[in-house]
Design a protein. Structure first.
Length: 303
């Protein structure tokens, strides 16, 4: 029989455990995933952005679509599709552009409405790579694992990322890439990925990937830290902290869910898309509009 003294000790102990469980933050590690061959949490499968995030790749701030794009695409005013708040910091959900960069973003939008040259057309519409974190908002992705690596392949233009896991240093700065250079480590159920060394075009920011279709560009100083937290077998809480002191006044953060696709036998389709395809009609229409004086593309000087 348990003594009264033992009962008095056990009850507070159980209470402390209960308090500790209640204190755990939302999404804390309660799920124990299976292990891959090298001991990593096994996260393999086909995933896609969760409900409400499908239009965030158009505008991280506004979803789809702001007035300029509604006009360009012939959509009804106020047609917004962003159901989930994607920018969680700053709290007001706006991107903290420096003044010159905000003017450059507005220039991109004006040029989008009447594109007279290839560089005016949004990079995604030119079938370019999406970069980080935008790749996670553009359709299905497949996560594969090999010892010491996480590999992500994307349906969109068959892009891919290879993420070494461990203490591998970044590639030299003289070897940038459109997707950036990713290096990962595991923090429990969270894959933390440090991404740097992005390739950019400092002369024309239209000739590089954007963070969304709304003209959100970046410089060669871009640094992204991703946190892929595997909440359970079918959900990832994805977070990306974005820093670029040349373009933004402060770091900012996006966060959204990624879910396992229900069709477990899903196969990627062939994206018949390559850079420069299907743009001639856009250019012809833009040149006609510019000639008529309806919309005139223009440029802002950079600092």
């Amino acid at each position: 029989m348990t003594s009264p003294m033992h009962c008095r000790v056990a009850i507070p102990a159980l209470a402390l455990i209960g308090i500790a469980l209640l204190a755990l933050p939302a999404g804390a590690q309660q799920w124990t995933p299976p292990s891959a061959a090298d001991g990593q949490p096994d996260i393999q499968g086909i995933w896609e952005g969760g409900p409400g995030t499908g239009n965030a790749g158009h505008s991280l701030e506004e979803g789809c679509c702001e007035p300029e794009h509604n006009k360009m695409q012939g959509r009804a005013p106020g047609n917004t599709g962003l159901q989930t708040k994607v920018i969680v910091d700053p709290a007001d959900g706006t991107i903290p552009f420096q003044p010159w960069a905000d003017a450059k973003r507005r220039e991109h939008l004006i040029n989008l409405s009447a594109s007279t040259e290839l560089a005016h057309i949004e990079p995604e519409d030119r079938c370019s790579l999406q970069g980080v974190p935008r790749s996670q908002l553009r359709g299905p992705m497949q996560i594969l694992q090999t010892p010491g690596q996480v590999v992500i392949t994307y349906e969109w233009i068959h892009a891919f990322r290879i993420i070494p896991v461990g203490n591998t240093p970044h590639a030299p700065k003289g070897y940038p890439s459109w997707q950036g250079d990713s290096r990962g480590r595991w923090d429990g159920n969270t894959l933390v990925v440090d991404v740097a060394n992005f390739r950019t075009d400092p002369v024309n920011y239209n000739r590089q990937p954007w963070l969304d279709s709304h003209g959100t560009f970046y410089s060669d100083a871009l640094h992204v830290v991703e946190r892929w937290t595997f909440v359970d077998a079918n959900r990832i809480d994805y977070e990306a902290r974005i820093e670029d002191p040349k373009v933004f006044t402060r770091p900012w953060t996006v966060k959204f869910p990624i879910v396992r696709m229900k069709a477990r036998d899903y196969e990627f389709i062939e994206e018949a898309c390559w850079e420069g395809v299907r743009v001639q009609n856009r250019l012809d229409a833009g040149r006609i509009a510019a000639t008529a004086g309806n919309v005139r593309p223009h440029s802002h000087s950079e600092p």
